[in-house]
Design a protein around this ligand. Structure first.
Ligand code: IDP
Ligand code: MG
Length: 156
């Protein structure tokens, strides 16, 4: 068990479908701590870096066109095992297969319009946070409810 940070991007479809507040709310209620948040526009060059594992796929041009087409909300969440916890809250890539109760399972019918990005490993999370946030854009603060979110042996 370890305290981790992970990167979320809410995609242009989440803005168009008025899901931004609902999605943030789910992470807040889960007990994750928001340590950074901002709107941004992704340039094509950043898309090629961010989706570097997919640039050779036939769907990549459509993915780049979509992800650069409108605003994104980027935020960083902190918590014990946050990378895995967030991926579980988000659900699998193909939203039609995503479990009901997950964000993709509840709000999307699509793979290419699946509302949200979340880092897939701790190593990826570190690179992705650094891609979108400067050090001074990340906030260290005490969450007053921390003692109710975690037990004594879970806070380290
Ligand atoms: P992830 O978002 O669940 O981590 P990745 O495999 O990293 O999934 O793919 C990144 C994004 O690329 C997906 O969220 C999705 O929007 C898009 N994508 C992945 N596979 C496909 C596909 O087969 N068709 C269309 N878009 C895809
Ligand atoms: Mg991914």
């Amino acid at each position: 068990m370890a305290m981790e940070r992970t990167l979320i991007l809410l995609k242009p479809d989440a803005f168009q479908r008025a899901l931004i507040g609902e999605i943030i709310s789910r992470f807040e209620r889960k007990g994750l701590k928001i340590v950074g948040m901002k709107m941004l526009h992704m340039a094509p060059a950043v898309s090629k870096e961010h989706y570097g594992h997919l640039t050779s796929k036939p769907f990549y041009p459509g993915l780049e066109k979509f992800i650069t087409s409108g605003p994104l909300l980027a935020f960083v969440l902190e918590g014990q095992e946050a990378v895995e916890v967030v991926r579980n809250v988000v659900g699998v890539t193909n939203s039609r297969k995503a479990t009901a109760g997950t964000i993709r399972g509840d709000f999307s019918m699509s793979t290419g319009r699946n509302t949200i990005h979340a880092s897939d490993s701790l190593d990826t999370a570190k690179k992705e946070i650094a891609r979108f946030f400067k050090k001074e854009e990340l906030f260290e603060y005490k969450l007053e409810l921390w003692d109710y979110i975690y037990a004594e042996d879970e806070k380290a």
